[in-house]
Ligand binder design. Structure first.
Ligand code: HEC
Length: 200
């Protein structure tokens, strides 16, 4: 191998090594190779819905849809309902109607109650207390948390509890975003079957 060849090999090696680092973000500008080997391998030409790459220079158009800057996963059209989901549409002020007409899709059994207990402890107990008496830890800061195990609420239907969890009532806000419809029924059954019966 003559000298010219050796030098060319060396130069080729240097160029190849220098192009290995494609991450420009964390390297000072004067140190970046500014040459990327096969950029399409790192930055797909297709829009990537969950990509974290943001092309702040806007030199390359990859990863960001032109009409939708910064967001490739388009938001669904307003009113879109996910498959298999039935929205709960009874309005907040129709508690009496909900309470009289709603029927639980579940048959009460021990497993259902056990599931309801887990959910109650997760979503309700800090306010309403382990026995439902309105004496959870939050009650030391807030007055007026309802006693679910006594008074008027003792006679309400599961549908009533379902509606209150879904839409809220008075000072209690809706828990619809945290608790699915199935979970609301399980909690309602737990409240009626365990907390209210235990308090009798
Ligand atoms: C942040 C505290 C808080 C949480 C969490 C909470 N509640 Fe309440 N809840 C309240 C308050 C306060 C009231 C009294 C509302 C009023 O009448 O102003 C209430 C009232 C109720 C009532 C009585 C409604 C009526 O008819 O008067 C029911 C039933 C109820 N909650 C069920 C639940 C269930 C089930 C959960 C769990 C999914 C839950 N709550 C979570 C604070 C809370």
């Amino acid at each position: 191998m003559n000298l010219i060849n050796k030098i060319s090999m060396l130069l080729l090696g240097v160029v190849l090594l220098a192009s290995c680092n494609h991450n420009f973000d964390y390297i000072p500008e004067h140190q970046t190779p500014r040459w990327e080997y096969a950029p399409n391998m790192y930055h797909s030409q297709a829009y990537e819905p969950v990509t974290q790459v943001v092309d702040t220079n806007e030199v390359l158009s990859y990863n960001t849809s032109p009409g939708n800057k910064g967001m490739n996963l388009r938001e669904p059209v307003p009113g879109t309902i996910k498959r298999g989901f039935t929205p709960y549409k009874i309005p907040k002020d129709s508690l009496a109607y909900a309470s009289a007409t709603l029927v639980s899709p579940f048959t009460v059994n021990d497993e259902l109650i056990a599931q309801g207990e887990v959910l109650y402890k997760r979503y309700c107990m800090h306010c309403h207390g382990a026995e439902g008496k309105g004496d959870g830890p939050v009650s030391t800061k807030f007055n007026g948390i309802a006693n679910l195990a006594g008074g008027q609420i003792k006679n309400v239907s599961e549908g009533h509890i379902f509606h209150v969890i879904s839409k809220g009532k008075g000072m209690m806000l809706s828990h619809a975003s945290q608790v699915t419809q199935e979970e609301r029924w399980k909690i309602a059954h737990y409240v009626k079957e365990k907390l209210q019966k235990a308090a009798q």
